[in-house]
Structure formats: C-alpha cells, structure tokens
Design a protein. Sequence first.
Length: 393
Amino acid sequence: MSAVAVLLWATATWLLLPTLADLVNLAQCLARRGRAAPDPGPQLPRLLFLVPAHNEEKSIGACLTSLQQMDYPPSRLAIVVVADNCDDATASVAGATGGQCLVRVDPERPGKPHALAWALDRLPVADFDAVAIVDADTEVAPDFAHMLAESGAARNVALQPYNAVLNRTRNALTRMAAVLSSANHQYAFRLKSCAGCNVPLSVGMCLGTDILRSHGWAAFSIGEDWEWYAQLTAEGIRVRSAWRGRISAQEAVSLRQSGPQRRRWMLGKGYVLLTVGPRILMSRRASTAQKLDAIAELTQLGPVLQLTLVGFGVAVATLGGIPNGAPLTIALLTSLVRPAVYSSLAMIADPQPGRALLAFGYLPVYAAWRIANALWGLLTLRDRRWVRTQRPP
C-alpha cells in the first residue's frame, strides 16, 4: 500500500502543477500592474497571411473571403494560399479569388509543416513584420488583423489569437468545446500573458519574421504548434495572447470525427514534452516561473481526463486504506479547482449559459470515450502518421 500511496501523491503533485503555476502567474501579474501595453508603433505592421491547404475546395472560399474582408489597409497585408499535394479544385478556387496561390507537388513529403517550410523559402518574408498561419477551414473576424497589430505583432514576438468555434450551437460536443476554448483563451492564457509567460500556440499563430529568419520553419512533428511553443519558450522568445483577435473553425460534431484529432494532439504534445521539455528546464533564457508554467502546460491533461483520474484516485485513497488518505484526497480534489473556476467563468460568459450548462450532461459519455481514446493513443505511440480530421457535414 505504501507504493500505491507514493504513486497517488506523485499524481496529486503532477495534477497540482498548473494550479501552482497560475498562483505564481497571478502574483507576477499583480506585480506588473500599471505597465504599458505593447506599443503598435507609428505604422501598422505588415502582415502576411499564409493559408496551407490540402484538398480544401469546399472550405477555402469562405476562408479567403473572410481574410479579404478584414478591415486593414491592403498595402499592409498579403494573402497567399499554399495548395499542397491537392487532387481537387483547391488551387482553382483560390486562384479565382484573385489572390496569390502557390502549388506544391511533393508526395514524398506531405503535410502542413513541409508545405509551410516550402512556401516560406519562396516568399519575400523579410518584407513583412509577421506571418499568420490561417488554416483553410477557418474564418477570421473583420478586425482580426487590427487585433494582431494592437496586441503587438512585430518581428521579434509571436502571438496566439482566440480560437473560437464556428458551429458552437450544433450539439453538446460543440458547446462544450466552445466553453473550453473560452476558458483557455479568455481566462487562462490572458493570465499567462499578463504575467509575462508564454501562451501555447495553435490555430492562427502569428510568428514574427525575425523569428522565422533566425529559425526557419522549425517544427515538423504531428504537434507542430506545441513544438513551436516549446522551442520559443526554451529560446526565451515571447509568445503573447492576442485574445481579442478571433479565428473560428468548425468543431467535430461526433466522437468518431473527433477521435483522430484528439489522438494527434495527445501524441504531439507528449513528443514535444520528451524532446523539447529538457531544453526548457535547462534554458538560461527562461525564468523559473516560465519553466514551471511551460512544464505544467505540456504535462497538463484535458479537464475530462483529469476529472476521471482524480475520481479514481479519491476512490482508492478513501476505500483502499491509504495512510493519510484525507490529505491525499484534499490534494487531488484541489487540483480540480482551477479547471472548475475557468470553466465556470467561461460558461457564465457564454451567449447561452443555460444551454451550455445542459450540454455538460453529455459529460459521462464523453469521459468514457476520452479514456478509451487516450488508451488507444498510448497503445499506438509509434504511429505518428497525420490522419486528416473529418469535416462536419
């Protein structure tokens, strides 16, 4: 039983890391009160919007329309599509919009990271201040470019905008996804950015051109966004939240559609933790608070998996006769306070809080599926092939 107790205490400590990181961040944020916001400078930054697309003829039109309708001086932006190994009309649809489209044919090296590296080698990146990566199945808000500029888009920083859900009201899955996205971008990531810590990168990431000049496109794993986040953190390069800039994507509407995506995120994050995590810990350019926050972020489970693990741990501590079971139970339950607070704030801020709350009635089914999906991911660790996420009908 002593071995079980040690294991449970280790689990509780691991699950409490994000809470500890947030408390440190809160203290730092309070200490930084009154500091000036990033200065956008006398001129709006020049922005390059790069749209990697593989067989996206059905969605790329809406994406490009949203980019072209942004309220931003045309002389300060450019939009380029990279039609990567397409066998549909993606390039034709993109070309019909009047924008620039690069066609890449390289079946030996497929995938978004290789397509982006190829395109960046062929574009006058130095003429711009930052490059925003916009997936072809997303749409941006009309003020998206302005929000990047006001958030400090520049040659030496990276930005992460708010990832919103286009089909938020479709069903319980999409409503829960919207609440989780709000919990992250509107609350958790804003606290990190306020404290001077980096925020994770994902859809819509905006990279300063000095970063690309010095590093090139440096992420080629199935979790390229996590890889960029970890590499920049190890190098001491800022990744700020641009939470007022919104980019929206269709969320999976069924567990079957969501499966490959969740597995890819889990394996990609784990790979980055093992390969870049040690560099973060050894970095002389990252503060102690930043190291704590980054490792907590890279080791953090999703809220549903964490809830399940805590429930199992509490049951073992309570029913298994574990020594000091009460303090252990308190430690495990305390780890849930952080996701509960963020989720509650996000639910209150939801346009339809009542329906968002009712959607969480689906949580037991979703939890059982997430556990099965996570176990399947662990059993197939060596399979790092990119599996395309099915689009909602």
